[in-house]
Ligand binder design. Structure first.
Ligand code: NAP
Length: 310
């Protein structure tokens, strides 16, 4: 007999839900997307509710909830889902604050439910291969350039520049999620500069220096006001040559040779893992990328810049 299907409710029917979650759920035999909750839009053919509370009260006999809302509301919604006895899949970043993740971890463990802090950028095959290659090597300088135009990729998303919206760290936390996955040693924040528009709460440009096993070798240039060539690249120097993870972690070049890789299955892999976690009664909670962002916010020097409008 096959494993039981997992009845899933999705909260936050926005860009990432439509682009990735709904197709990935549809392609996974273990999940049935039963209903949605979002402030405005739903999904054609599925029951829709204006918020998670009414979704939970509607008697859909759910097993799990996936939260695709902006991060500021994620922890509160995750508690509602856990209180209702449901497993929880969190989009990245898992919450707006580290202490919120810790509380969720504690609550899920107490209730015997699976909590999954997903980091989609880690799921590319290039990241797996980079991690394996770096595991045995002496590492030199590391450069991260994560530079994109917020008007192109997040048009009108005012939440991203409000408190709890992460600003430049909304995309750049993907780079930090890859970095924390591929580097064999311990990463720690050494210094940061944060450039915050006068009319917004979050930085839109940032520079960070991190140490790796105590050596301050990692330099990050992060920007969402960048109008030129859009760039999501990580370079790692080693005695055996330069490793480059390009295009957001999708393209891997080692010592000038591009490695052939099968097409990426980031979100299908995330749902396969969520099913495995539920089946085995485990959680996967990794807040390391969020820790580095929180440290940058604590230790960074804030520089005011011109007001920003979309
Ligand atoms: P988005 O397009 O603004 O979608 C967020 C959705 O959540 C909207 O439909 C919004 O409804 C809804 N929502 C907000 N508060 C809610 C609440 N309290 N209850 C129910 N629904 C609520 O944002 P997005 O780009 O999809 O990003 C969402 C998350 O996914 C972010 O954490 C982001 O970092 C992550 N992510 C995004 C991408 C990407 O390419 N965009 C890629 C990977 C991960 P209304 O719009 O009707 O207010």
């Amino acid at each position: 007999m096959g494993k039981a299907r997992i009845r899933l409710g999705l909260v936050g029917v926005g860009k990432i839900a439509r682009d990735q979650h709904i197709p990935a759920i549809g392609g996974n035999q273990r999940f049935d997307l039963v209903a949605t909750a979002s402030k405005h839009d739903g999904v054609d053919g599925l029951p829709h509710h204006p918020d998670l509370r009414s979704l939970l009260d509607a008697g859909h006999e759910l097993d799990a909830i996936v939260l695709c809302t902006p991060p500021a509301v994620r922890s509160e919604l995750a508690h509602q889902a856990l209180d209702a006895g449901l497993h929880v899949f969190l989009e990245k970043p898992p919450a707006a604050a580290l202490s919120q993740v810790e509380r969720l971890r504690h609550e899920a463990a107490r209730a015997g439910l699976s909590l999954f802090t997903s980091w989609h950028s880690r799921e590319s095959l290039a990241v797996d291969a980079a991690k394996a290659w770096l595991a045995q090597r002496q590492i030199g300088a590391v450069r991260i350039a994560w530079r994109e135009n917020v008007r192109e990729w997040h048009p009108g998303q005012d939440w991203l520049l409000a408190a709890g919206g992460f600003g430049v760290f909304d995309p750049a936390i993907n780079a930090l999620s890859i970095l924390t996955a591929i580097m064999p040693g311990v990463l720690a924040l050494e210094a940061a500069d944060l450039h915050v528009p006068a009319n917004r709460a979050m930085p839109m440009r940032a520079a960070m220096t991190l140490s790796h096993d105590g050596a301050p070798i990692v330099h990050c240039d992060l920007d969402i006001l960048h109008e030129g060539h859009q760039q999501w690249d990580i370079e790692v120097e080693s005695v055996d040559g330069l490793l480059t993870l390009g295009a957001g972690g999708h393209v891997l070049t080692i010592a000038g040779d591009a490695l052939p890789l099968a097409p990426n299955r980031e979100y299908p892999r995330l749902y396969e893992r969520f099913a495995t976690l539920i089946d085995s009664g485990r959680s996967e909670v990794d807040a390391r990328p969020l820790t580095l962002v929180a440290d940058a916010m604590m230790l960074g020097t804030v520089h005011p810049i011109a007001p920003f409008e979309f």
